[in-house]
Design a protein around this ligand. Structure first.
Ligand SMILES: Cc1cc2nc3c(=O)[nH]c(=O)nc-3n(C[C@H](O)[C@H](O)[C@H](O)COP(=O)(O)OP(=O)(O)OC[C@H]3O[C@@H](n4cnc5c(N)ncnc54)[C@H](O)[C@@H]3O)c2cc1C
Length: 469
């Protein structure tokens, strides 16, 4: 049987290679380290964790990342198997001994008779005689290969920085203060004229907000990140505030063309706008608010915005060196490049974020490529599972907008905002008592994870059994 080629032996590529080989299909795994390295990797091991040693919460009952762990275990994940075997004490989180973890992944791949490891840089998209390829070269894809991908996908389709604006759960926004309206009521393609959530500010509130941005604690760029220029369209809000006290009011916080229906005579001094971020309508991003403020500072400062006092954040803002595709436009639902379907993408380059999410997308890409090689029909994971929700974010769930500025598709960790809402939200506990506050939130999360694991079981029963068992 002809091999499937996997380029990149990080979190995604290692998992993809394992899944393919576990189905009896030969794999050639191309990893450039140690011949060539990246600015963040330090070893020649597979699945190296370049920064923290945490896989985050392991609670599969009430946490979306914990649920993803559990689903991956049930799907025979090598990354989760090695992570569990090298676990360190870390409370409810799954922290791992990074060297032991990477050594275990490396040993498993090296020992597999169907995996041929080649230590070489693939400097351009491979020629046609590789008929099935998974590109999993990560956020620090080598410059030569990135240039080749850019040439194949188009100038604007591959970003070298993410410009992440915070994302808020829609149901935590106080709509007794905020209102729905598009600037000048413009409908645009696919809009209604009332597509944005608007949070008004008085002059005093705006001045205090600018002071807080200027004083807030920020994260510094790495030296190698600072060398990559970022564009004026993606400036962090605190940098805009440094350029002049009025800059934000003439940029992302401009109040023009917006009228508060509760006080039509009063003109807001500034307006913060939130735009729908996923097709489900459960998440809204704060428009133009990419930032290098530390996470705690973001929560503190953004909760001073009228209407966002109780905001729950699905993701906080950031700006990092990151190579990623405009996947909702470029990839089909099985992660193949529409323009060249023999090429699949996996891991962070597809627009997921995080070690575990990258490995999960590698797991899916590996399974899809293996099924295709075996002539089987590919069945997608249900959108109610963590895998399905993540895949939905990458390949289809995102709302494209008419606005100029940074890429509207941005990388994201798995979170419950990506899941289809429950058809029935639990309102009573086991004793029949009425649920309120935190108890209600926890019951809702439990219902989401139970639904996910039940739907995953149905999916695997339909021929998608765990690969490594
Ligand atoms: C500096 C930094 C810190 C991060 N910290 C965290 C964190 O703390 N927690 C977290 O969850 N996530 C973190 N991430 C995000 C992300 O989850 C990780 O980068 C993750 O490793 C991505 O997995 P991946 O498989 O997509 O890419 P990687 O794990 O980076 O794997 C890509 C592999 O491809 C190889 N490669 C690249 N180009 C080529 C080529 N042309 N030919 C052959 N091989 C090639 C690389 O050497 C590498 O081994 C961080 C990212 C960066 C850049």
């Amino acid at each position: 049987m002809r091999p499937i080629h996997v380029i990149g032996g990080g979190l995604a590529g290692s998992e993809a290679a394992w899944q393919i080989a576990s189905r009896g299909i030969p794999v050639v795994l191309h990893e450039m380290r140690p011949v060539r390295t990246t600015a963040a990797h330090k070893t020649d091991g597979f699945a190296e964790l370049v920064c923290s040693n945490s896989f985050r919460s392991d609670d599969c009952g009430t946490n979306a990342i914990g649920l993803l762990h559990e689903e991956m275990r049930r799907l025979g994940s090598l990354v989760m198997h090695a992570g569990d075997a090298h676990q360190l004490p870390a409370g409810g989180a799954l922290a791992v001994d990074r060297d032991g973890f990477s050594a275990a992944v490396t040993a498993a791949l090296a020992a597999h008779p169907l995996i041929d490891i080649r230590r070489e840089e693939i400097a351009a998209l491979p020629l046609e005689d590789w008929d099935s390829v998974i590109v999993a070269t990560g956020p620090l894809t080598s410059p030569a290969l990135a240039a080749s991908i850019r040439a194949a996908t188009g100038e604007d389709a591959l970003a070298f920085f993410d410009a992440i604006a915070p994302i808020v759960h829609r149901d935590s926004i106080d709509m007794s203060i905020a209102w729905l309206q598009s600037r000048y009521d413009k409908a645009g393609p696919g809009g209604s004229g009332a597509d944005y959530i608007n949070c008004p500010m008085t002059r005093e509130q705006y001045e205090a907000f600018v002071d807080a941005l200027l004083a807030g604690d920020k994260v510094a760029f790495h030296d190698w990140e600072a060398a990559t220029p970022y564009f004026d369209g993606c400036l962090p809000i605190e940098v805009m505030a440094e350029r002049g006290r009025e800059t934000l009011r003439h940029g992302p916080m401009k109040p023009f063309g917006l009228t508060n229906p509760r006080a039509p005579q009063e003109k807001a001094y500034a307006v913060v706008q939130l735009r729908q971020d996923n097709r489900l309508g459960t998440l809204y991003n704060i428009v133009g608010f990419q930032t290098k403020l530390k996470h705690g500072e973001q929560v503190r400062i953004f909760r001073t915005i009228p209407g966002l006092q109780q905001a729950e954040f699905a993701r906080l803002g950031g700006l990092h060196r990151n190579t990623f595709l405009n996947s909702p436009v470029l990839l089909d639902e099985t992660l193949r490049l529409k323009a060249a379907p023999r090429l699949r993408f996996a891991g962070q380059i597809t627009g997921c974020e995080g070690y575990v999410e990258s490995a999960a997308v590698g797991l899916l890409a590996g399974r899809f490529a293996a099924a295709e090689r075996l002539g089987e029909n590919i069945t997608l994971p249900p959108p109610t599972t963590a895998h399905g929700a993540l895949l939905g974010h990458i390949t289809g769930g995102h709302i494209e907008t008419i606005d100029a500025g940074p890429h509207s598709f941005q990388p994201m960790n798995v979170n419950f905002g990506l899941f289809p809402p429950l058809t029935r939200v639990p309102t009573r506990g086991p004793e029949g008592e009425r649920l309120r506050g935190t108890a209600k939130t926890i019951a809702k999360k439990r219902a989401l994870t139970e639904r996910a694991l039940a739907d995953l079981a149905q999916w695997t029963a339909g021929g998608h059994a765990a690969a490594a068992e």
